[in-house]
Design a protein around this ligand. Structure first.
Ligand SMILES: C[S@@+](CC[C@H](N)C(=O)[O-])C[C@H]1O[C@@H](n2cnc3c(N)ncnc32)[C@H](O)[C@@H]1O
Length: 251
């Protein structure tokens, strides 16, 4: 088992520019949370609203910065995401996994993109958010989803893992850094799909939550983030996590 310190890096770039420069089969898994291109009741609302307006409830308005890449209609979203995920497949080892976040609205488009990119669809992990609002005369939208694919047959592991299909965690309230920031505890469960000592790729890094969870778990991390503000935050968070990680933490 490797005993080196995990390596972590965030590239400030567009995913479709940076991914083709990666060496084939140079990462062990992909874990990413793309801009959902969702929110709003109509396609026009989805394309015109700011990301803050779409994804932050009125009662929780705050001053977090908007992010790029969230105004595609559903067809262009599927097409664009398929291009990105195909590049991720090229960069991933055979047998490695790809985990992609989505919401209820974009679930079909995301599964199309995952499969069009060449990943074998393996299942869905449900992320339940305990802090959610009731919907008058309807069902709470209290879950988001993580689609799971693999590059061909799943690789076997020296020490098998048995991972949960339901994760629970709230987006941070105090000290939140990103409009759609994911909870570190949820990411911490997901990074376990990567073999110990392996490298996790996240082409939509945002504020770097995947990177923090990866480094805490002794995995190496390669992130890509196009929005200046968030690339800076992600770099600082990942650096901080590296400084805290004891050398040889590959558990
Ligand atoms: C849903 S957020 C990720 C949030 C992240 N999981 C977190 O916890 O902070 C998606 C991110 O992808 C970035 N993004 C959008 N288009 C991109 C592109 N073409 N290349 C790289 N990053 C992109 C956005 O700027 C945004 O920060």
């Amino acid at each position: 088992m490797p005993t080196t310190h995990p390596h972590a890096e965030v590239l400030h770039a567009d995913a479709l520019t940076a991914l083709p420069t990666l060496t084939p089969e140079s990462v062990d898994c992909v874990l990413t949370d793309p801009p959902y291109n969702s929110g709003g009741r109509t396609p026009t609302e989805r394309a015109r609203q700011s990301t803050r307006g779409k994804y932050v409830s009125g009662s929780a308005r705050h001053t977090l910065a908007d992010f790029a890449g969230d105004n595609r209609d559903q067809r262009s979203y599927s097409y664009w995401l398929a291009l990105v995920l195909a590049e991720c497949l090229r960069a991933c080892v055979p047998g490695g996994s790809c985990l992609v976040f989505s919401d209820w609205r974009q679930l079909p488009a995301t599964s199309d993109a995952l499969q069009a990119a060449g990943w074998t669809w393996r299942g869905i992990i449900v992320w339940r958010k305990p802090l959610n609002r009731p919907l008058r005369n309807g069902f709470r939208r209290e879950c988001e989803y993580v689609l799971w694919g693999s590059s061909g047959p799943l690789a076997d592991r020296d020490q098998p893992v048995y991972l949960p299909g339901l994760l629970t965690g709230s987006q941070p309230r105090a000290g939140r850094r990103h409009v759609t920031e994911k909870p570190v505890n949820v990411m911490a469960e997901l990074v376990e799909i990567c073999p110990p000592g392996g490298t996790i790729l996240d082409p939509f890094t945002g504020s770097g939550t995947t990177g923090v969870a990866a480094v805490h778990a002794g995995r190496s991390f390669l992130g890509i983030e196009v929005t200046d503000h968030y690339a800076e935050i992600a770099n600082a968070r990942v650096l901080h996590a590296m400084q805290q990680a004891p050398a040889g933490n590959t558990a």
